[in-house]
Design a binder for this molecule. Structure first.
Ligand code: PGA
Length: 247
């Protein structure tokens, strides 16, 4: 897997009729990057079947921490893997907020995902109030040390820095803010994993689009992006993949 990652998070968007967007993205993945789309759970299997043999990978948006059992409505990491997924987003701020996911929940999910052979895309990020109070760096480091430990497989891990105030708002963090945070994340990971922390792709997320992508990808320690709204159509996502390939 190339360390440059363009990942799309469709969130709760997309019907069967939108699968041709995934076909078009799969047909346009530039060489030298890993491209990944995480559609809603019901589209994982059809998306993976349609893109088999292409360079596009498919992922889930969450999974349960247990391998199987009496958890009505939940989806296990093994089920995602069985459906053709290669990765899963975990700890997204929308799930921390809407479903009350805790750092301990996320740690357990990361472990379950990696045991099932999935890459864990672990999301961190501060609220606007936390940034305004000057605690953004400490908050994100706390999220990392609470969810990751040396038993976690650094080779099956990506970290996505997604400031909550930048998600879906059209506001992106500045290159200075992104560079400062990504250096801090890299150093925090080095404290857990040692030298292999260098291999963990660090993604930025929060209102990434075709216009701002190149500037974001030029920041040190930015290995790619986790893209929400601009990943829903091939027309919007393809230029982001191309900007990453050119970075
Ligand atoms: P956005 O979402 O690109 O629509 O801001 C990013 C995310 O939440 O992953």
């Amino acid at each position: 897997m190339a360390k440059k990652i363009a990942a799309g998070n469709w969130k709760m968007n997309g019907l069967m009729g939108d699968l041709p967007q995934i076909d078009a993205i799969a047909a346009a993945v530039p060489t030298g990057i890993t491209a990944l789309i995480c559609p809603p759970a019901l589209l994982v299997a059809p998306a993976a079947a349609r893109t088999a043999g292409t360079a596009l990978r498919i992922g889930g948006q969450t999974c349960h921490s247990a391998a199987k059992g009496a958890h009505t409505g939940e989806i296990s990491a093994n089920m995602l893997r069985d459906a053709g997924a290669d990765a899963v987003i975990l700890g997204h701020s929308e799930r921390r907020q809407d479903q009350g996911e805790t750092d301990a929940d996320i740690a357990a999910k990361i472990s379950a995902a990696q045991s099932a052979g999935l890459q864990a895309i672990f999301c961190v990020g501060e609220s606007e109030a936390t940034r305004d109070a000057g605690h953004a760096l400490a908050h994100v480091a706390d999220q990392i040390t609470a969810a990751l430990n040396a038993n976690c497989d650094a080779q099956q891990l990506m970290v996505a820095y997604e400031p909550i105030w930048a998600i879906g708002t059209g506001k992106t963090a500045t290159p200075v803010q992104i560079s400062e945070m990504h250096a801090h994340i890299r150093a925090t990971l080095a404290g857990i994993f040692g030298d292999t922390a260098q291999d963990v792709p660090l993604l930025y997320g929060g209102s990434v689009n075709a216009t701002n992508a190149a500037e974001i990808f030029a920041c040190p320690n930015v290995d790619g992006a986790l893209v929400g709204g601009a990943s829903l159509t091939a027309d919007n996502f393809i230029p982001i993949m191309q900007a990453l390939a050119a970075a």
